[in-house]
Design a protein around this ligand. Structure first.
Ligand SMILES: [Zn+2]
Length: 75
């Protein structure tokens, strides 16, 4: 009769069905952990892209400042 695969709930350590998406003992959402991990992973490249854009902007501003200084010296 024990053909159903069980696993331990990471929140309350009670035995629950392996296919369970919600713990029957503490009501914890077992799929939420996976989803939040994915979300955290997806946030990182976004941050990198933002930093890349910032660096690009800084380089442009640096060139503009140099051009302004050169113009002032020439005048
Ligand atoms: Zn639980």
């Amino acid at each position: 009769m024990e053909s159903q695969t069980t696993k331990k709930c990471p929140f309350c350590a009670e035995d629950i069905l392996a296919e369970a998406v919600k713990c029957k003992h503490c009501g914890a959402d077992l799929n939420a952990k996976k989803g939040s991990f994915k979300l955290t992973k997806g946030d990182k490249p976004k941050e990198g892209l933002f930093l890349q854009t910032m660096n690009c902007g800084c380089a442009v501003i640096f060139i503009i400042i140099i051009l302004i200084i050169v113009m002032m010296v020439l005048n």
